[in-house]
Design a binder for this molecule. Structure first.
Ligand SMILES: *Cc1c(COP(=O)(O)O)cnc(C)c1O
Length: 364
């Protein structure tokens, strides 16, 4: 079932396919049957609206967000699941909130261990130690990891310790760094005996050796493929975000008349142009190139010229259309991955941008 949140039909709107979200979670479970699922709902649920996504993903074992604020918003909304904050705390006051609201923290640097050791808390907190196994972003080094685990386990403010790491190149399953990273986490798991979590969507789909105790799907829950060369459809994923607008004008353009800002597109023959009420102000990618697919009345047509703030132009010469017709920018009829590919970006960014600009939750 799909529920439309924004009813204003003259502007861009986002609706969510709730069944698709649940279906994609079931796909995660089928891919990683032996693992718990920590659903990643940071960045406002990849633009889909964090609170709604959390409600719909009731079957997940736990949630991950990037920041403390997001976790507190979930608690305030009544979410009582385990919540892991990927950046963790950075002060005593912040840490106290973790204790009071039963939030699980990632510890990725020694500074956080020191805060844990130096203060007393109402109740001990669950900790995920983030180990840098090769991505070289957040995380303690392999060399530090054993001492960190020992120190955390000895700390009276720590209720439990688990280990997590993150892949740099899981979207390229044959990249040799993937196996190095898995070997590293196996080492940590072997000497510590702790629960481990490593796999993001790409690894859930293509690196079963990395599933361990808990998997952390993000993008696949929302129905987009983490791989440039494999479609979401081929992976059994269904798009969750439906991003639509309307045709607000139709007009002929003669051969040789350049269209839009910068006059970047000039039709070689006479065409019929449609103008759609959506632009980069609504989160449609400004870098989408002429030729980017757009769906209208059962057909794919193409974007022509530059995307403006609140409108874009499409070639509808071959399509029967009327002003007011529904236009799908991405969703069931057209994968967001294809729009991302002709916009020199990834679906992650486009979904977040559209969500932030147009707001899946705004009209709900
Ligand atoms: C965002 C994130 C994920 C989810 O990644 P996807 O590629 O969207 O599946 C998992 N783990 C961490 C640490 C993340 O930051």
């Amino acid at each position: 079932m799909s529920r439309t949140l924004s009813q204003n039909w003259r502007r861009a709107s986002i609706s969510l396919d709730e069944d698709a979200l649940r279906h994609n979670l079931a796909t995660v479970r089928a891919c990683a049957p032996g693992s718990q699922v920590m659903a990643v709902i940071k960045a406002d649920g990849y633009g889909h609206g964090m609170l709604r996504v959390a409600e719909l993903l009731d079957e997940a074992d736990s949630f991950a967000v990037a920041m403390t604020d997001e976790a507190l918003a979930l608690r305030q909304a009544g979410c009582d699941k385990d919540i892991v904050v990927l950046h963790g705390f950075d002060s005593e006051d912040e840490l106290t909130l973790y204790s009071e609201h039963r939030l699980q923290t990632v510890v990725h640097q020694i500074r956080q261990l020191e805060i844990l050791q130096q203060h007393s808390l109402p109740a001990p907190v669950d900790v995920w130690l983030k180990v840098d196994t090769g991505m070289h972003r957040l995380g303690v080094s392999m060399a530090q990891s054993q001492a960190m685990i020992d120190a955390l386990q000895a700390c009276e403010n720590v209720a439990s310790v688990a280990v997590m790491s993150h892949f740099a190149n899981a979207d390229e399953p044959s990249n040799s760094l993937n196996n190095n990273q898995i070997d590293n986490i196996v080492k940590v798991k072997t000497y510590s005996g702790l629960r481990c979590s490593m796999a993001n969507s790409a690894a859930i789909l293509k690196l079963p050796m990395s599933h361990f105790d808990v998997v952390r799907p993000g993008i696949m829950l929302y129905g987009s493929s983490p791989f440039a060369e494999v479609s979401a459809d081929a992976l059994g994923l269904r798009p969750v975000m439906q991003f639509e607008s309307r045709l607000i004008a139709i007009k002929p353009v003669s051969a040789g008349e350049a269209i839009g800002y910068g006059s970047t597109y000039t039709p070689a023959t006479d065409i019929i142009m449609g103008i759609v009420a959506v632009g980069y102000g609504d989160g449609y990618p400004r870098h989408a190139t002429s030729g980017t697919p757009v769906w209208l009345n059962g057909n794919e047509c193409v974007l022509i010229g530059r995307v403006s703030m609140d409108s874009l132009c499409i070639d509808i010469t071959a399509i029967t259309a009327q002003i007011g017709d529904r236009v799908v920018l991405w969703g069931r009829e057209l994968s967001v991955d294809r729009v991302a590919q002709s916009s020199a970006t990834i679906a992650y960014e486009i979904l977040c941008s559209a969500g932030a600009a147009t707001g899946a939750d705004r009209a709900g």
